[in-house]
Ligand binder design. Structure first.
Ligand SMILES: Nc1ncnc2c1ncn2[C@@H]1O[C@H](COP(=O)(O)OP(=O)(O)OP(=O)(O)O)[C@@H](O)[C@H]1O
Length: 165
């Protein structure tokens, strides 16, 4: 099981440049001080109180993290470490060096950009750059649901633009 570290992320990792940003925070390259290995640190702002508008509900972040923590698959980005303070959670993730699948395919000029936008998921990244067949990994579980054996799952879920009528 992955333990939540009591200290700050900077005690164990050197924080480097920003790799990207999402709706709720930034992702920075980082280096584990003890080993020199590089990772991606994802900072997610969490809501302080019921009234506050900024940040994500803590429980929602914990749900996403819990799902990621239980998954070990060559095509799923690994979660290596986890830190939490009152106002944010920091996920230390496997570093994806190859950029997004979207850009990789767009550069190939095999699909028009419009076609690509129509059906390409944004949450898939390439592990390496400049290799002929890079490994792809799923990086986001914000909408994921955990199914239990023998329990029927009934729910409407997904990104609104992608739900059919
Ligand atoms: N493991 C990683 N390695 C390298 N870059 C990453 C990694 N994870 C995320 N990034 C970069 O950071 C950006 C934001 O990450 P992510 O999509 O996980 O954030 P988010 O807040 O969940 O965004 P959104 O909710 O908008 O999808 C990505 O588009 C990507 O460029």
């Amino acid at each position: 099981a992955l333990a939540l570290h009591p200290g700050s992320v900077e005690e164990l990792y050197e924080l480097l440049e920003t790799l990207g940003s999402g709706h709720f925070g930034v992702v920075r390259r980082c280096r584990r001080r003890s080993t020199g290995v590089f990772y991606a640190a994802k900072f997610v702002k969490t809501r302080r109180g019921r009234g506050s508008r900024r940040g994500l509900e803590r429980a929602q972040v914990e749900r996403e993290v819990g799902i990621l923590r239980d998954l070990q698959h060559p095509n799923i980005m690994r979660l290596h470490d986890l830190f939490a303070s009152k106002s944010e959670m920091v996920l230390v993730l496997e570093l994806m060096r190859g950029g997004e699948l979207f850009d990789f395919i767009a550069e190939k000029e095999m699909l028009s950009e419009e076609e690509a936008i129509g059906f390409l998921p944004e949450n898939i990244m390439l592990q390496d750059k400049d290799v002929p067949e890079p490994q792809i990994k799923i990086i986001d579980f914000g909408l994921a649901q955990k199914l239990e054996d023998g329990v029927a799952f009934k729910s409407l879920c997904g990104t609104p633009q992608y739900i059919g009528t």
